[in-house]
Design a protein around this ligand. Structure first.
Ligand SMILES: [Zn+2]
Length: 465
């Protein structure tokens, strides 16, 4: 059998792992290669909409593999990549982060797509708040229609040709993240996706690791984002530090930058806000995602909006005067929904010390200008590590705004990825014959720290297993 990485080899994210047996070919993840994309594209330099695929192929963000891309996106000059039948039998998405799922939208519609039930709800909710785009999986515009996808949960069994996949939940900085045990006629493999042990749901990752051990996994595709970093700051540490900072900031407002899909962190911020007698205020975007997750029939404890506990911030748009016509689509639905308690800028600026404001998008930060936080108010950055140049750039701008508004900067964060010590411990427990490090800039550190065989993959080069 063969394994080819078209993304995720020697880089963090962009996982596109082609697994081939004698009769079956599947992709594990089909994410965006942010590190490569940042070399050629940015906020003002975008791929052209009419030649999205060719611009991505030219720059190496997508691989030139025949028979996998949607015919509708294969424009002129790309006929050589077309084929009658699809060249792969399925694509399995480990979780909803874009570095794992973001380019699955380019795959042919007749390639079956699989993802966790929760991942599907998250991706749909995320895409609903943006204009339709060919880069969306579900909200793709009228001409491309809705993409079909099959969902799974822990305990499901996915059979594709002669490959059987067993998805098992893992803990990561987004709900509905999975690892997989993969049985083929030749070998049993495992793919960790992205995972951590130190998070609030660390037991889920441990269950995955135990199952890998029981199945006698022979080759392990393991993420190594933090193989060079042994800091073990937990979600509990985040909660403690935030609570103490919020409680001691008398007369100040608190702003926290938190990813809109990182629910563990949102819960932590909510707990810290409550413990310090404050109300947590989220953006309308954030409230929209919470509403969809709560209504998605998932086995997940989603924080509910409630007066004086968790409220939504109605920002000014259009006329700047809160006219009903300023809000349309999903935003109008939220603003008119009597179950969503809303606050406006005057409510917050009159009593800044009663609130914690969660910012989840770069544009939320400008709202702070209207809220006039008292000088020295804490500004807490609590997002995942910057994995792409774009994020670094945004963080720089965010900091400039915080400084401009005389806020005091703090970084309080626990990673979504296992520490070096936890990674090594997990691998030793699974005890595979061969370790294949992916999703890391430091694959050689696995060789240094492990007694077993480590095979370091290179982009586009097949490994025979
Ligand atoms: Zn990732």
């Amino acid at each position: 059998m063969r394994l080819t990485l078209y993304g995720g080899a020697g880089e963090i994210g962009g996982n596109k792992i082609l697994l081939e047996t004698k009769s079956t070919r599947i992709f594990l993840d089909f994410g965006i290669r942010y590190s490569v994309r940042a070399m050629y594209f940015g906020a003002f330099l975008q791929p052209r909409r009419f030649s999205l695929l060719s611009d991505y192929l030219l720059t190496g963000i997508l691989p030139p593999v025949r028979g996998i891309y949607s015919r509708e996106l294969l424009g002129e000059g790309l006929d050589s990549l077309d084929s009658d039948a699809p060249a792969v039998d399925a694509c399995i998405i480990s979780h909803a982060h874009l570095d794992h799922s973001g380019h699955a939208s380019f795959l042919r519609e007749d390639i079956p797509l699989y993802m966790g039930e929760g991942a599907r709800v998250l991706i749909r909710a995320r895409e609903m708040v943006r204009n339709p785009s060919p880069e969306h999986l579900f909200n793709r515009g009228r001409s491309r229609g809705e993409r079909l996808c099959q969902t799974f949960r822990t305990g499901s069994r996915i059979t594709v040709g002669d490959i059987v996949l067993h998805p098992i939940h893992v803990d990561h900085s987004i709900p509905a993240a999975y690892g997989f045990i993969i049985e083929t006629p030749e070998k049993t493999l495992a793919y960790t996706g992205d995972f951590r042990l130190h998070g609030p749901m660390g037991w889920m990752s441990r269950e995955f690791i135990e199952a890998c051990g029981e199945k006698a996994v022979e080759a392990l595709l393991v993420e190594g984002t933090r193989v060079g970093d042994d800091k073990r700051f937990t979600e509990e540490d985040v909660r403690r530090e935030m609570t103490s900072l919020m409680s001691s900031s008398h007369g100040k407002m608190v702003a926290v930058v938190v990813g809109s899909l990182d629910f563990d962190r949102l819960k932590t911020v909510l707990e810290a806000s409550q413990a310090s007698g404050r109300t947590l205020v989220v953006s309308l975007h954030h409230a929209h995602i919470l509403k969809h997750l709560a209504g998605g029939g998932l086995r997940m404890d989603v924080p509910r909006m409630a007066e004086d506990v968790l409220m939504a911030y109605q920002k000014r748009r259009g006329s700047g005067k809160y006219e009903p016509a300023d809000y349309s689509g999903w935003m109008a639905e939220l603003v008119e929904d009597p179950t969503i308690p809303l606050l406006r800028d005057a409510d917050i600026s009159s009593r800044p010390d009663r609130y914690v404001l969660a910012l989840s998008r770069a544009e939320d930060i400008i709202e702070l200008a209207d809220l006039r936080p008292p000088p020295g108010s804490p500004f807490i950055l609590s997002t995942s590590e910057a994995h792409s140049e774009e994020q670094v750039l945004e963080q720089e701008k965010i900091l400039n705004w915080a400084t401009l508004l005389n806020m005091r900067f703090h970084h309080i964060h626990a990673s979504g990825h296992a520490s070096a010590g936890d990674l090594i411990e997990s691998i030793e427990r699974i005890n595979p014959e061969k370790v294949i490090p992916i999703h890391t800039e430091n694959p050689h550190l696995f060789r240094k720290n492990l007694q077993m065989e480590v095979e370091i993959p290179r982009t586009g080069e097949a490994l025979e297993l």
